[in-house]
Design a binder for this molecule. Structure first.
Ligand code: ARG
Ligand code: ZN
Length: 888
C-alpha cells in the first residue's frame, strides 16, 4: 500500500532478524532524584563484552529525555568522538572487554501524557515500562533478553512523597538535608528492564502477610490513595488465594520478602507484573459492593491472579523477544482462567471466557489486524497486546493440556521451569518441554503459533451399517493478511453422546483417532483437511454433543437437525453446550427474521424457541447463573460476526424485534423469576453466601428483558431497583435499563446517579459507559454532550474507554448508523488522542478495522475517516500501523 501523506514509513521489526545482544549488563545501579518537572536519573551499568562481539555498545533511548553526561570507568566521554546520539539510540564506541558506564539523564514526568516510562498519576510518581518504556527513563539495552541485577536509590521530598518503592526487597531508608529522604531497593533476581518499576507518593497502605510453603514470610501491601483504602480487602484476599493456588497447583512459591501492589487511576492497560511491585489500574484493585459490580469483583480476582502468576510465567522465565509475548501472556491468561474456575463456577467462567474470545479475538482474526499467536513482524509492539496473543494464546495452552492430559501438562510445566528458570526463552521452548514431558508429538500442533485465522470445521453426522456412527469432520483455515495458503491444524474435539438420561456410555469399537476421556466424553483428534471418526454401539437416539467446553477455538457447523439442537439445549449433561445451543438457536432466529425483513415479509418468531426458553426459565432454581446465560440475547457483535450475506440493518432490527418478542411472550415468567431471584439474592447475600451472585445475574437478565416491554409495571420495577438497591450490580443494571427506556424521569434519574457518585471515578466511568450504550435516536448528540462534560478527559484512558470505547465497540447499531457520524466521532477522538497518548489512540482504532461484514457505503465512509487519520501531520507510529493496516 502507498500513502502520499506519510513520507517515511516507520520501520518493521522482523522475528527473522533476531540476534542476541553482544554485551552482558551484569548489574545496574539506578539513582532517581525525583521532581515533577525535572527528574535526574543516574544509571551505572557494569558491562561485559561477549566473545569477539562488536566494540560498539548500542543503547535504546527516546525523544523525551536529555543526556546530561556519560562516563566510562570514570572518564567523561565526548560526543561524536566517543559516542553518537540519535533520537532513538546512544552508540558508545571502543568498548573494552569490561567496563562501567555511567549515564545521567533528565526527564519530565509531569509532561508525560503517554503514560509510559515515568509519569504522574494523581500527583504521585509511577512507571510503566513494558514493553519499551524504560528507554524513556535512561539509555539502556531495552530488550527482554538482557537480564540484569537492579539496585535502586530513590530521593524525593519527604512531605510530598512519603512512600518510595521499587522492585525487590527494601535495603535501607533515611532522611537527607532539605526535607528530602531516600529509600534503597535491591532486587536479587536478574530481570529485563521492562519489569523495572518505581512508585513515589502519598499513599495509604493495607498490609497483610503470607507464609510460603518454602517457609518464607512475605509482607503483602496494597497502596492506594487514602480515600480508596477501604476498598482493598477483596484484592488482598484474592492475592492470598492466588499465592496458595500456585503452590498447590504448580508447586510455585513466591521468592521475595515483600509483594507490593500500587493502584493508580491513569493506566494504559489493566495492570503490570513488575517484579515485587505490581502497578495496577484502580479498576482491577478496588472492589466494594456498593460501588463495584459482581463482574468487577470477578475481574479484580482474575487480574490480581494474573499479575501474581506472572512472577513465574513471565518474570522467572521471560521472553527472548517480543514476538514471544504469548509465551508469558497466553500461559498466564490460561493460569488466571484456571484459578478463577477453581475459585468459583468452572462452567460459568468458561461461558464468559468464550464469550469474550468471540467478542474480541474472532473479529480480530477475521479482519485486517489478524496475526498469528506468535507474530512475525511489527511496527509498534504495543499494538500486539491483543486478544490473539492473550486469549487465543491461552486457548492454545488449554488445547495442549487437553491433548496431553492434565498430569502430563503439570510434568511439562515442571520441566519448563527446570530448564529455563532465570532465562529468556521462546514459545518453541515451551512446546518442547510439553513434548518431552508427555512423549506426544506436537510438531503439527505448532501451527497454532504460526498460522493466523479461526479454523472453520464442518461436522457431518452419519449412521453407518449396524450400530455404526460416523462423524466426518472437515476443516478450512481462512486466509489472513500475508498468509494465503494454510495447512490443516490439529484440532482436539471433545464430544459425547447426549441422551435423555445422561451421556450414552455404550460406545465402543472406536477408530484410532478417538480417545475416551472416561467421563462419557471422547477426544477426537482432528489432524487432516478431512477426518472420519467411527463409533459402534451408540444408542440410536443419542445426539452428538460436539466441542464440549469449547475444546478448540474454532467456528463449527454441524448437520444436526433442529430437533437434535433442541435436544442438546434441553438435555445435554454438558452445561456449556446447552448455552452454546441456545446462542446458536437465538442467532438462527435473528437471521431468519432478518431475511423476512429483507424480503419485506411479516416477521415471525418460532413458538418452539420461546417455549424452550420459557421452560429453561421456569427451572431456574437449580442453576440460576446457567439459566441467565441460556436466556441472554447474543450481542450485536456476535450477530454480525457470524452472519452471512445479510445486511447489518436487517440483523440489528431483527435482533431488537426478537428481544422484544421474547420479553412480551415470557412476560409473566420473567416478572415472577425476576421477583423470586431478587429476593433469593437478597437473603443469600445477607448470609454472606456467594450464590447471591448467581441469582443477581439472573435477576438482571430478566430485568433487561422486562425493560424491552416498556410496560408500566416493568418500568416501576426498574425505577424501584434503581432507587432501592444497595449493590452497584443492581444499581447499574437498573441504570442501563433506564438509559434505554422512555421512562418520564429518565434524565432526572441519570443526573441523580451522577450526583451521588461524582467523587468516585470508577463509578463515573460506568455512568459514561451506560450512556454510551444508549439505543436512543439521538445517541450521537448525547455522545457529543458527554465529550464536553467537565468530567470527560482525553488524558485518562479509563474515561476514554468508557465513553469512546463503549460507544464504538459495544453499541454497534449506533456506531454504524448510515449517516457515518459514528465513524467521524471516533476519528476525531483518535486524532485528538494521537498527540496525547498514541498507545491508547491506536487501540481505539480497532472498530475501524471491522468492516468486512459491512455494505459498500459504510466501507467507503470508514475509508474516508481512515484517510483523514493517515493524513495527519506527525501521526504517531502506533496509530499509523493500525490505520494503514485497516486502510489496506
Ligand atoms: N504485562 C501486562 C499484563 O499483565 C500488560 C502490560 C502491557 N502494557 C503495555 N503498555 N503494552 O498483561
Ligand atoms: Zn499479562
Amino acid at each position: 500500500m502507498k500513502f502520499d501523506v506519510i513520507d517515511t514509513q516507520p520501520k518493521e521489526i522482523l522475528l527473522a532478524d533476531y540476534a542476541a545482544y553482544p554485551f552482558a549488563i551484569d548489574t545496574i545501579a539506578l539513582t532517581f532524584k525525583l521532581s515533577p518537572a525535572e527528574t535526574i536519573v543516574t544509571s551505572k551499568l557494569s558491562c561485559r563484552r561477549l566473545g569477539q562481539a562488536s566494540t560498539v555498545l548500542e543503547l535504546n533511548g527516546g525523544p523525551y529525555m536529555s543526556l546530561l553526561s556519560l562516563h566510562m570507568d570514570g572518564v567523561l566521554l565526548e560526543a561524536e568522538k566517543d559516542y553518537d546520539l540519535s533520537e532513538e539510540h546512544l552508540r558508545v564506541y571502543n568498548a573494552p572487554k569490561s567496563f562501567e558506564l555511567t549515564v545521567v539523564t533528565s526527564i519530565n514526568p509531569q509532561e508525560n501524557t503517554r503514560l509510559e516510562g515515568l509519569y504522574l498519576s494523581s500527583g504521585n510518581f509511577c512507571t510503566q515500562c513494558e514493553a519499551e518504556g524504560f528507554r524513556h527513563i535512561t539509555y539502556y539495552p531495552d530488550r527482554p533478553d538482557v537480564l540484569s541485577v537492579f539496585s535502586v536509590r530513590i530521593e524525593a521530598l519527604m512531605e510530598d512523597y512519603p512512600v518510595l518503592l521499587s522492585n525487590g526487597n527494601p535495603a535501607g531508608a533515611g532522611e537527607i538535608a532539605g526535607g528530602y529522604h531516600y529509600a534503597i531497593w535491591n532486587d536479587p533476581h536478574p530481570k529485563p528492564a521492562y519489569l523495572f518499576a518505581l512508585v513515589a507518593g502519598n499513599l495509604a497502605c493495607l498490609t497483610d502477610k503470607f507464609h510460603t510453603s518454602l517457609g518464607r514470610d512475605v509482607t503483602l501491601n496494597i497502596y492506594t490513595l487514602e480515600k480508596d483504602q477501604a476498598k482493598c480487602d477483596y484484592a488482598m484476599g484474592a492475592l492470598k488465594r492466588s499465592m496458595q493456588w500456585d503452590e498447590e497447583t504448580y508447586g510455585l512459591a513466591y521468592d521475595l520478602d515483600v509483594y507490593n501492589i500500587v493502584a493508580v487511576s491513569d493506566f494504559n492497560m489493566g495492570a503490570m507484573e513488575n517484579k515485587g511491585l505490581n502497578v495496577f489500574n484502580t479498576k482491577y484493585v478496588l472492589a466494594s459492593p456498593d460501588t463495584e459490580t459482581d463482574t468487577d469483583f470477578a475481574h479484580v480476582e482474575g487480574v490480581i491472579g494474573h499479575e501474581y502468576f506472572h512472577n513465574w510465567t513471565g518474570n522467572r522465565v521471560t521472553c527472548r523477544d517480543w514476538f514471544q509475548l504469548s509465551l508469558k501472556e497466553g500461559l498466564t491468561v490460561y493460569r488466571d482462567q484456571e484459578f478463577s474456575s477453581d475459585m468459583g463456577s468452572r462452567v460459568i467462567k468458561r461461558i464468559d471466557d468464550v464469550k469474550a474470545l468471540r467478542a474480541a479475538q474472532f473479529p480480530e482474526d477475521a479482519g485486517p489486524f489478524a496475526h498469528p499467536v506468535r507474530p512475525e513482524k511489527y511496527i509498534e509492539i504495543n499494538n500486539f497486546y491483543t486478544a490473539t496473543v492473550y486469549n487465543k494464546g491461552a486457548e492454545v495452552i488449554r488445547m495442549m493440556a487437553t491433548i496431553i492430559g492434565q498430569a502430563a501438562f503439570r510434568k511439562g510445566m515442571d520441566l519448563y521451569f527446570e530448564r529455563h528458570d532465570g532465562s529468556a526463552v521462546t514459545c518453541e521452548d515451551f512446546v518442547q518441554a510439553m513434548e518431552d514431558a508427555s512423549g506426544f508429538d506436537l510438531r503439527q500442533f505448532r501451527l497454532w503459533y504460526s498460522q493466523a485465522g479461526t479454523p472453520e470445521i464442518k461436522v457431518d453426522v452419519k449412521k453407518g451399517q449396524g450400530s455404526k456412527t460416523i462423524l466426518s469432520v472437515s476443516q478450512t483455515v481462512p486466509s489472513t493478511p500475508g498468509q494465503d495458503m494454510k495447512k490443516p491444524m490439529v484440532i482436539p474435539i471433545v464430544m459425547g453422546f447426549a441422551t435423555e438420561h445422561g451421556d450414552c456410555l455404550s460406545a465402543q469399537g472406536l477408530s484410532s483417532n478417538i480417545r475416551p476421556l472416561g467421563n462419557g466424553s471422547f477426544l477426537l483428534m482432528m489432524t487432516q483437511g478431512a477426518d472420519e471418526f467411527t463409533f459402534e454401539g451408540v444408542e440410536p437416539t443419542a445426539v452428538p454433543s460436539l466441542l464440549r467446553g469449547f475444546s478448540a477455538p474454532v467456528e463449527m457447523e454441524t448437520t444436526l437437525s433442529e430437533l437434535q439442537q433442541y435436544f442438546i439445549l434441553n438435555f445435554d449433561t454438558d452445561s456449556f453446550n446447552r448455552v452454546e445451543m441456545s446462542d446458536l438457536l437465538l442467532k438462527k432466529e435473528v437471521y431468519k427474521i432478518a431475511e423476512q425483513i429483507e424480503a419485506s415479509q411479516t416477521k415471525t418468531v418460532s413458538n418452539k424457541l420461546i417455549k424452550s426458553l420459557g421452560q429453561c426459565l421456569e427451572a431456574y432454581e437449580r442453576d440460576p447463573a446457567l439459566i441467565s446465560s441460556i436466556l441472554s440475547m447474543p450481542s450485536e457483535n456476535d450477530c454480525i460476526s457470524s452472519m452471512k450475506r445479510l445486511s447489518i440493518d436487517a440483523v440489528f432490527e431483527a435482533r431488537q424485534f426478537l428481544g422484544k418478542k421474547i420479553a412480551h411472550r415470557l412476560r409473566k415468567s420473567l416478572q415472577s423469576v425476576y421477583l423470586s431471584s431478587r429476593s433469593a439474592a437478597k437473603s443469600l447475600s445477607l448470609k454472606g453466601d456467594k450464590q447471591a451472585v448467581h441469582f443477581r445475574r439472573l435477576q438482571n437478565v430478566c430485568l433487561s428483558y422486562m425493560a424491552k416491554t416498556g410496560g408500566h409495571a416493568e418500568n416501576r420495577l426498574i425505577v424501584d431497583q434503581f432507587q432501592d438497591s444497595t449493590t452497584m450490580t443492581n444499581k447499574l443494571a437498573a441504570l442501563q435499563a433506564l438509559v434505554h427506556s422512555s421512562i418520564g424521569k429518565r434524565k432526572q434519574l441519570i443526573r441523580h446517579f451522577y450526583k451521588a457518585y461524582r467523587k468516585d471515578e470508577l463509578v463515573v466511568d460506568k455512568w459514561f459507559a451506560a450512556q454510551a450504550l444508549s439505543t436512543h435516536e439521538n445517541v450521537h448528540s448525547e455522545i457529543a454532550l458527554l465529550q464536553n462534560h467537565r468530567d470527560f478527559s482525553y488524558t485518562n484512558p479509563n474515561r476514554i474507554r468508557s465513553l469512546i470505547g463503549m460507544f464504538t465497540m459495544g453499541n454497534l447499531s449506533a456506531f454504524h448508523r448510515r449517516c457515518g457520524k459514528g465513524y467521524e466521532i471516533l476519528a476525531n477522538a483518535i486524532l485528538k488522542l494521537d498527540d496525547i497518548n498514541p498507545q491508547v489512540a491506536a487501540r481505539m482504532l480497532t472498530p475501524l478495522g471491522r468492516y468486512h461484514k459491512l455494505d459498500k457505503e459504510r466501507q467507503v465512509l470508514i475509508g474516508k475517516q481512515l484517510k483523514r487519520i493517515l493524513a495527519k501531520e506527525g501521526l504517531s507510529k502506533p496509530v499509523y500501523e493500525m490505520a494503514s493496516k485497516a486502510y489496506e
